[in-house]
Design a protein around this ligand. Sequence first.
Ligand code: FES
Length: 117
Amino acid sequence: MPIFERHVFICENFREKGHPRGSCGDKGGEQIRELFKQSLEKRGLKGRMRANKAGCLDQCEIGPTVVIYPEGVWYGLVRTAADVEEIIEQHLLGGKVVERLAFSRDASGKLVRGNAG
Ligand code: FES
């Protein structure tokens, strides 16, 4: 049995101002991780599911970037408390991907909206 049913990694990386790829830290990654953490605790999910801070996940253009395991589903542009609540309710608890915030790569490696997996 896995230690956590679902494990959420949220990028909080900062880059120097003006970097062409931007960074999740500049777009509120730390606050997003805090919102995940607080909501999981409030819902009594602490111990079953965990939100951890991550360094750069190399998907900076769509930051703040979030990835959830074991599914390996990627989310981008996660910017509000409502986004966090939707991911917790629909994905973490309901097992259903939040398509409007999901990202994947097409055959050419280009980032595209939606979960290809
Ligand atoms: S800075 Fe967050 S994915 Fe690169």
